[in-house]
Design a protein around this ligand. Structure first.
Ligand code: ATP
Ligand code: MG
Length: 595
């Protein structure tokens, strides 16, 4: 269908010229009018796709005003035609947000290009408007208050729950400073307290509003409130604002949850797993994660270096979500070959491809009513990312070869240990998917930044392996504890667990002594501390993982970085190799990755 164009031009000759050119280019000219008022009337009547408008039309309604009405009232994009391109006219034109500006006299080709680009841009705008509406409607439905602010602490968004809490309408609140709309008081003293917003914006950390806090609404009523402030990062990883997530202070036992201080028992047992949270930073993260889990937010991104606990936090979030009676379905996007990932996720209908003898449900269907955990989302192929975006936005999808939309009710958790910004820059990760995932991020700090967790975690693992190995180890000697604290933990909690596991196998006494730990001086890699083949015992002190890593790197060296050859040497598939390289953080740096 040719685009339908409205001409607004008061010079008759130019108007007729335009009509001829446009018709010649294949457009449908629905009307040609000479005043702003007529333009508005005809726009309503004929619903054109686009208006070409002289900015200098005669009559009481100037072109810029008519253009603004067309855009705001009827959603019709406007291209200005003008004989003047002086700064003043251009800046006047800008105020009505046109989608193009052509200076007369113009070429036919120029006109066509301007029209096509305006139509395209308009379609894209409409689409993203639809998306942000959808997202806003999700936030509208949430019973927790959500307020987002930009870097200058002024409010960019406020959901209805937050309107209820603060007594400010979104319209009035947007653009104001957070502290004006969201004033907090100390319950005990009645004094005003600062939100930790400045710290969140400055350091990109996650912070609690604190305990014993009251929110004073516009009318002066005070209510106990609890919540967190989380940074919002742009695709380059820079903090671009923050989101305050808050609600009722649920009483000690629920909000300041089961996570006690280290002096008591610094662990939290939920479901079949146990989390240690002694440091303030991890407690904050878990409180935030729990609040988010209990909310209606359906998409959450979990970020953190390898081994920081992303898996376990994903389970934690599932456990505290309303879908916790449903399944928890993890899938590692890096471990499954690209071509299988799609059919694993979406399933297929009989005959969808040669081998599809029967139809099969995808993991998304399996996870319906529960949670799907997309681990290493950065490794998802770009085409699949587009399909995934649709699932996130519409909660529907089709099986491969299917014609029917399948509806699911699923919470999507995604995890990444790499900086997605880089992948976005390289075109390997879709920006729109990133923005969709990125709204609520749970960031797990590396273990080196929360040393208070090291000893409680170590104790936890000692207890764990006591059960498994039928031992009765009492704990760590002082020297061993000091060594753990001095170490840098590049492999984070997983590495700590492996170190304890190995120490418990090697340790003869009832206390783990320093030498059994086999960790090197701070900052160095434990693998380098002991070379395999030094002695029988030397070999034995390497964990399976370390040996695996060593073999992998040897194979890669032998294959001069060629992954396909390295996989053959090791007798594993290339996908497995890639997965393991990622896991052990091999293969970037000096080694080539070509195949
Ligand atoms: N806070 C914690 N309390 C107890 N155990 C923990 C904690 N954090 C991590 N762990 C343990 O450390 C190990 C690594 O954690 P997990 O697998 O969740 O890390 P990850 O971030 O998903 O790693 P990767 O990026 O390699 O997938 C697991 O055995 C997990 O149970
Ligand atoms: Mg993991």
């Amino acid at each position: 269908m040719p685009a339908r164009v409205l001409i607004v031009e008061d010079e008759r000759i130019t108007a007729e010229d335009l009509r001829d050119i446009l018709t010649g280019l294949g457009y449908n000219v629905v009307a040609s009018v000479s005043s702003g008022a007529d333009a508005v009337a005809l726009a309503e009547e004929t619903q054109p796709d686009l208006a070409l408008m002289d900015i200098q039309i005669k009559g009481p309604m100037p072109g810029t005003e008519a253009a603004r009405v067309l855009r705001e009232r009827f959603n019709i994009p406007v291209i200005f035609l003008t004989a003047h391109a002086d700064a003043e006219t251009v800046s006047r034109a800008k105020s009505s947000e046109p989608l193009g500006y052509i200076v007369k006299p113009f070429q036919e080709g120029e006109l066509r290009a301007a029209i096509e680009i305006a139509l395209y841009k308009h379609a894209v705008d409409l689409k993203s408007l639809g998306k942000s509406e959808l997202f806003a409607s999700t936030l509208r439905a949430i019973s927790d208050g959500v307020i987002s602010v930009d870097r200058s602490e002024s409010i960019a968004f406020l959901n209805p729950a937050a309107e209820g809490w603060t007594g400010w309408s979104a319209r009035e609140a947007i653009g104001r400073q957070l502290r004006e709309v969201f004033p907090l008081l100390d319950a005990a003293s009645g004094e005003g307290v600062e939100t930790p917003l400045w710290r969140v914006l400055g350091e990109g950390s996650l912070d609690d509003l604190g305990e014993g806090i009251l929110l004073m609404n516009r009318g002066g009523t005070r209510r106990a409130v609890a919540g967190s402030i989380a940074p919002i990062r742009d695709h380059r990883g820079q903090v671009s604002g923050a989101v305050v997530f808050f609600g009722r202070a649920l009483g000690e036992s629920r909000i300041v949850p089961v996570i006690a201080g280290p002096e008591v028992d610094s662990s939290l047992g939920v479901g079949g797993f146990k989390m240690v949270a002694a440091s303030n930073s991890i407690k904050q993260v878990l409180r935030f994660a729990r609040r988010v889990a209990e909310s209606e937010v359906s998409t959450i991104l979990i970020e953190g270096e390898s081994g920081t606990g992303k898996d376990i936090v994903a389970q934690f979030i599932h456990h505290f979500g309303r879908r916790n009676q449903g399944p928890f379905v993890p899938i590692n996007c890096a471990a499954i070959p690209e071509n299988l990932l799609e059919s694993e996720l979406f399933g297929y209908e009989k005959g969808a491809f040669t081998d599809a003898r029967a139809s099969k449900a995808g993991l998304l269907e399996v996870a319906s009513g529960g949670t799907i955990f997309l681990d290493e989302i950065g490794e998802m192929p770009v085409l699949l990312q587009a399909k995934m975006l649709r699932v996130l936005e519409e909660q529907t999808f089709r099986r491969l070869g299917g014609v029917r939309d399948i509806e699911v009710d699923v919470r999507v958790l995604a995890a990444t240990n790499s900086n997605l910004a880089e992948a976005i820059e390289q075109g390997k990760f879709r920006r729109d998917l990133y923005y969709r995932l990125n709204v609520i991020q749970v960031f797990l700090p590396p273990l080196r930044d929360r040393k208070e967790d090291v000893l409680p975690l170590a104790d936890n693992f000692v207890r764990l392996y006591n059960g498994k190995f039928k031992r009765d180890i009492q704990g760590l000697s002082n020297a061993a504890g000091a060594m753990l604290l001095a170490y840098d933990w590049p492999g984070n909690v997983r590495e700590l667990r492996n170190v304890i596991e190995r120490a418990m196998v090697l340790e003869d006494s009832n206390w783990i002594q320093g030498p059994s730990l086999h960790i090197a001086s701070p900052g160095s890699n434990p693998l380098l501390a002991v070379q395999p083949g030094e002695s029988e015992e030397g070999n034995f002190t390497l964990s399976l993982e370390q040996i695996e890593r060593k073999l992998l790197s040897q194979a890669l060296t032998k294959a001069a970085g060629n992954q396909t050859r390295a996989a053959v040497i090791l007798g594993i598939t290339r996908d497995t190799l890639r997965y393991k390289m990622k896991k052990f953080r091999l293969g970037t740096g000096g080694l080539g990755t070509g195949d």
